[in-house]
Design a protein around this ligand. Sequence first.
Ligand SMILES: [Mn+2]
Length: 368
Amino acid sequence: MSEPKGQTLEKYLQTLKSSMGNAATLHCIVGNEAADLDSIASALVYAYFRSSTAETSGTVFVPFIPIPRDDFKLRTEAVFLFSEAGVDPQLLIFSEDIDLKSLYNAGKLELTLVDHNRPTGLTAGFTNAVAGVIDHHADEGLFENVALRKIEPVGSAATLVAELILGEAEDLLDAGVTTLLLGTILLDTVNLDPEAKRVTPKDETVAAELLKRSGIEQKALFNRVQHEKFNVSALDSDDLLRKDYKQWELGHHRVGISSVLLSFAEWLQKDASLSQSLARYAESRDLDVLLAMNAYTAPEFTRELGVYCPDGELRAKLLDYLEQCGLELTPITAEMLDSSTALFAQGNLGISRKKLQPMLAEFFASLP
Ligand SMILES: [Mn+2]
C-alpha cells in the first residue's frame, strides 16, 4: 500500500525541481508537439496523479512541456486557465529544463505519451522509453504491451485523465485540479455542445462528475477560456507573428506565413512600427517574404492579408500574382508603413493559409 502523501498540486510543483535532481528514473509525462491546452493540462494533472499514488520510490513523475518556456505565453488560454487554477507557470518544466537524450542514454528515462500515441519532435528517438499512453486520437497500434494504454476517441484527453482520477484518487480533485480538467474538457468539446460534434457520452459523464464536485459554473468557465484563447492583447508583434507560424522553401525563396488573430487596425495601434517589426521577424528567419494572414471575428468573421517583401521587384510580381488568386484584395492604407509592406482586406473568406500555400508554391516555382 502507498502512504497517503497529503500532497497538493502546488506542493508537488514546488518540490519537483529538487526531486528531479535526485531521481533514479525520470518518468516524463509529455503531451503532443503542438503543446495545446489539452496536452499541457492533461500531462500536468496525470503527472501529479502518478506522483501522488506511486508505490515505488526512486521514480519522479514530471509533466514535461515540449516547447521553450518563452512560448508558453503564446497559449493564452493555458496562461489563463493555469492562473485560474492557482498554478505558477514558473514551476512548470519546459524543453530547456530536461536533457532527454542524456537521461535516455543513461537508462534513466521513461515516457508516458498524453494526447498523442506516436512519439514525435523531442521524443521521437525514444520509443524504447515509452511506458504508457493516454490519448484520444486515432490509435496507431504502437506500444501494445505498456502497463497503461488508454486510447479512446473522446473529445479531450483531459476526459481520460479525469476518469482515471475519479476512479482511483478522487481526493486529488481540489478546486485547482478540477478547474484545469474541466476548463480543458469544455474548451475541447465546445461546452459539451453536441452540434459541434466533438463531445462523447464519456466527456458528458466525466464533466458532470467534475461539475457536481466543484460547484464551478459551466457556461461561465467555458466563456472565459474560449475568450482567452483569442485574447492576444498581452502579445507584442513578435509574439503575434510566431503564435501560429509556418515556413517553407518555395523554389529559390524562403517564405513564412503567420496566422494572426487581430485586425491590422488594432495591430497598428499596438505597434506603430509594424513594418520594422515584420522586417526584424523576417530577417531573423532569413525570409524573402513574410505574410500575415489575419483572421478575427468582430462580430463578423473577417480576413486580412499583409505582405512584407523588401525586394521591390519580387514584391511587385508577387502582388500582381496575388491579385489573380481570387483573394479579392482591397488595399488598406496606413501612413506609418514603409514600401516593403502592403496590407489588404481579403474579401474571399474561403482562402486560408492551407489554400494559399500551394498557390504561392506555384508562383515561386515559376520564378528563375
Ligand atoms: Mn487533445
